[in-house]
Design a protein around this ligand. Sequence first.
Ligand code: ACO
Length: 321
Amino acid sequence: MRYSKIIGTGSYLPEKVLTNVDLEGIVDTTDAWIQERTGIVKRHIAIPGQTCSDLAEPAALNAMAAAQVKPNNIDLIIVATTTPDQVFPSTACIIQQRLGIHGCPAFDIQAVCTGFIYALTIADQFIRTGAANCALVIGTEVLSHIINWQDRNTCVLFGDGAGAVVLKRATEPGIITSKIHADGSYKELLEVPAGIGVGFDAVNNPLYMTMRGNEVFKFAVRTLERIAEETISSANLTRDDIQWLVPHQANIRIIQATARKLNLPMERVVITVAEHGNTSAASIPMALDVAIRDGRICQGERVLMEAFGGGFTWGAMLVKF
Ligand code: ACO
């Protein structure tokens, strides 16, 4: 049987840091409110002109170094992003060129905060079916470019960054199972209501995110509890078989609710939301990289990753390291 396994991780954060205290000078908010309601203390923000491929390239190089693979070993590139450099070419093609890789398939997928789970699921399918042997999967975002910095409902929540993994053919499962879902009927709760089809312009209809946070929050908590159970039981495992939870880092209260449902103590949950904020498709691979590099996640351990985001989209994946 063919399976796939994560053999290296990497991440990259832009240098510029924006603290909650900095935000107090921009909108009507307080450090105390942001910490209490979200768990966020600071986030990294791209400088003008810094694109999601600028963040993705060093993250990819870090993952390839950790995996000890060379550019010519990579035969598939998938980039999950909501904030691509351009309409086209895809950010994956831009990264491919920057890494000096030629000829292999390279494409973007767009599932907002669930993007990395979607991308890894697709890469796993390519490897299992024999269509690829060694995939580079990246989540990268410059959400700060689609934030209305006058809107306190959203601007305190998001940050920029990139995370990457190298996924390689294996004889035993690395990726045990994954479940991905979407329901487009909740579009108005979380969207950028501007774009090619509906039009946009810098003054009257800019590319800004809007969110009805409280409604999204309730839906996210219910859905993430369900998807975690669905994923674990589909692998004929139980909650006791999971050593780590690496959740999408949207809000500490959402993460705590999922951990409670799974009966996992918070010491078994990788949390980066305080330092990174919500980095959408980049949040899971960045958190994974942190916990692998600091030695928390060890060989042989099972990790549940789960995410919820715009679309709505949601998904979870069970991985053995
Ligand atoms: N500072 C101070 N007060 C604020 C701020 C702020 N930054 N933002 C909102 N408030 C106020 C509101 O105006 C409201 O005031 P009111 O009671 O006078 O009307 C009050 O705080 C409470 O607002 P709620 O929206 O009910 O606050 P809530 O506890 O729900 O927290 C939050 C808001 C943090 C946005 C939360 O709802 C959340 O995390 N939602 C889910 C986000 C998420 O997971 N999104 C999916 C992924 S993102 C993606 O896919 C791109």
